[in-house]
Ligand binder design. Structure first.
Ligand code: ATP
Ligand code: MG
Ligand code: MG
Ligand code: MG
Length: 439
């Protein structure tokens, strides 16, 4: 992409309304624009990152054997009345009535809708296990929408639902989700720690939240510092293997890590003092096994091996796709701007032409652009007639992992300059070498 042909409305000034760095940087880098409280337009560069995150989530869900679909944003209230949640949900639910006076709502989550689909089409244990998921906009009329996309009212969520014959099978589904979530966050360059969460009125041990440590996080967390040494890495996993998935769950959840809701001071004190940490975290996902709560309420039953109708065991599993943009920036920035992890960067490499209009510099930039594109990368070429300082500031702000700087002086010696956004290190090399490094 050439910057002169793109739409990147960068702000020079710090927007007054932004209280935290990710919100400030997303506004300054022209990624989002608020349309009303907690509701945003995703400008081209914000949209691009959102899509990258979505792609990673899809990829890892499908790898785990979960099936993508799409349910609507607007739902009829009938199913929610059937499950009993229409009254329980309270003011967070945006209630709408259509022209016929029917009660509708903008879905804050989808347990009812997906259970209705299931009960309409699945009758036998032979069709299980089944996990359906979608990535769809949700609406929750949050009391205090704030921090940009971090706590929006309209936000993008991946929500998946498993249907299993037995509790045992459903816990395997739970573990598959845990593994696939670990993999997803790592691909986004994030460490998200599974922490034991509060099962709410249903109770039980079977819910974990994934938290990214950040001072601006809204949850207070308590953990054994050993958990921050864990990483899934590029190991192979067989998602059908109960033992393997259980093994990962144990590895990642045995050490103490809890949010304030489930924090247990006595247990925490058993962690050696020097490893006890109290910090703040951003919830970027949650997995939940809730048994037959919705299947009983909505009559989602299958015939078991003995031909007896049995309510299915379910769980629901969410990832805050749009919130992740904020979380990634909170975890990866400096005072000049964003530092995108390679996995989610909107463009792989920036090209800065120090003397736009100079035949040689222009030709070298065009060649670099073509070579990077041919290598399957997406460069962003700053081809504006602007001062070098302004171009560098823009590149630093939008945080692409690499910048290649091209100017007549370097070209005389056959070199361009390659700069890493993360380390700030600049090295001169031939354009060919620079392309090789970036790829
Ligand atoms: P929170 O505790 O932050 O209100 P939640 O526990 O109510 O979140 P879940 O129902 O677990 O949210 O939804 C799954 C994921 O969706 C959350 O882990 C979070 O990442 C994301 N999410 C929830 N509410 C919002 C919101 N208002 N804006 C952006 N993302 C959200
Ligand atoms: Mg909430
Ligand atoms: Mg929560
Ligand atoms: Mg939650």
């Amino acid at each position: 992409m050439r910057l002169t042909r793109y739409f990147l409305p960068v702000l020079k000034e710090n927007p007054a309304e932004a209280q935290i760095v990710s919100h400030r940087l997303m506004l300054r880098a022209g990624m989002i624009k608020q349309s009303s409280a907690g509701i945003y337009s995703w400008l081209p560069m914000g949209f691009k990152v959102l899509k990258k995150i979505e792609t990673i989530v899809h990829d890892e869900q499908m790898r785990a054997g979960h099936i993508p679909m799409l349910m609507p944003t607007i739902q009829s209230a009938d199913l929610w009345k059937e499950s009993g949640r229409y009254d329980d949900y309270g003011k967070e639910m945006l209630r709408i009535s259509d022209r016929h006076g029917r009660d509708m709502l903008y879905g804050p989550t989808n347990e009812e809708l997906v259970t209705d689909i299931f009960r309409s089409h699945v009758n036998s244990y032979k069709d299980l296990p089944l996990t359906l998921y979608h990535i769809q906009w949700k609406f929750r009329d949050e009391v205090r929408p704030r921090f940009g996309v971090m706590r929006g009212r309209e936000f993008l969520m991946k929500d998946g639902y498993n249907f299993d014959l037995t509790k045992e099978d459903a816990l395997h589904a739970y573990n598959r989700h845990l593994v696939s979530y670990l993999r997803s966050y790592e691909r986004m360059g994030l460490q998200a720690i599974p922490m034991r969460a509060d099962g709410g009125p249903i109770g039980g041990d079977y819910t974990h939240e994934f938290l990214v440590l950040a001072d601006t996080g809204e949850s207070e967390v308590f953990y054994d510092s050993d958990v921050t040494d864990l990483s899934f890495g590029d190991r192979e996993i067989d998602y059908d293997s109960v033992e393997q998935c259980q093994g990962v769950l144990e590895e990642f959840t045995t050490k103490y890590a809890r949010t304030d809701e489930t924090h247990d001071e006595a247990l925490f004190n058993e962690v050696p003092q020097e490893r006890r940490r109290t910090a703040r975290g951003i919830e970027v996902g949650q997995i939940f096994y809730f048994g037959t709560k919705y299947s009983e309420a909505l009559g989602a039953k299958v015939q078991n091996q003995d031909g007896k109708p049995t309510p299915v065991h379910m769980g629901s599993h969410g990832i805050g796709v749009s919130r992740l943009l904020g979380a990634i920036i909170e975890a990866s920035h400096d005072d000049k701007g964003i530092i995108w992890p390679e996995g989610v960067t909107p463009f792989h490499c920036g090209i800065v032409n120090l003397k736009q209009g100079d035949d040689e510099a222009d030709a070298a930039c065009n060649q670099l652009y073509a070579a990077l594109t041919a290598a399957g990368l997406e460069p962003l070429y700053d081809d504006r007639k602007e001062r070098a300082g302004g171009k560098f500031a823009t590149m630093d702000l939008i945080g692409l992992p690499w910048r290649i700087t091209v100017g007549p002086r370097g070209l005389k010696n056959g070199v361009v300059e390659l700069t890493s956004r993360r380390t700030g290190e600049s090295v001169e090399m031939s354009p060919e070498e620079a392309v090789k490094k970036v790829v």
